[in-house]
Ligand binder design. Sequence first.
Ligand code: 0L1
Ligand code: MG
Length: 261
Amino acid sequence: MENVSMNLNVIANEIYRHQKSAVEMDKISTRYPSITIEDAYKIQEINMEKELQDGDQFVGWKMGLTSFAKQQSVGVKQPIYGRLLKSMVISNEELSLDGLIHPRVEPELAFLINKKLEGNHVTEQDVWLATEGIMTAIEVIDSRYKDFSFNLIDVVADNASSAKFFLSEQIYEPNKFQWEKAKVLMKLNGKAVQEGIGSAVMGNPARSVVELVKMLHSSGLSIEPGMIVLTGGITEAIHVSHGDSIEVEFVELGEIDLTVI
Ligand code: 0L1
Ligand code: MG
């Protein structure tokens, strides 16, 4: 039987290579059957350190698998988190497929945090008090595993399929809207393909941030002021390819669009 703890750096290196080369890889969970979820988060951390050494910047966290529908599709009952880098930000309205394998997009709400959030007893009220503003967002996810097929350990080690994200220019005041009631319609090439509501994210996207703080606490981590939190997909994610246009209409808030190039 393999000694997984001895091999975490090796596994992290393999995943890192595939993230950089945009070439699919085999699942790690089948090749390292004794690997744990803690090992997977450790691999994520090892690879984040590499990114920072290469000059990137850590800008926040993403929550994944926050809706019942998504948890069911992966066969799990818990959300996961990943780390966001400055290089993942889409700064114009163009989504380049360079460096991506089989990308999907999903509408999300992004919280901009202005006070440290930590501990195991954090409440939704604490989150609201620490939220500077909320942006509408499109997350681009891209699993590095063949056929987008993985279990919880695989996907955590692959930084929760993080690839890119786009944020609205407008930053909304947190208390000006009932975010669990935010309605979203996503169109692909002019055709409505997904619709959803903010409550799909753990009942209320603020709960996703609460859950993130608790999960980070168990690893001795916290959310620092200035960080972004992507709270999780409001609808199912959809595949995109060259030439596609994606329109995400947040009813009452406005639309954000991306063109795939
Ligand atoms: O952001 C997400 O919910 C994705 C988490 C990982 C699962 C996937 O890649 O579909
Ligand atoms: Mg997501």
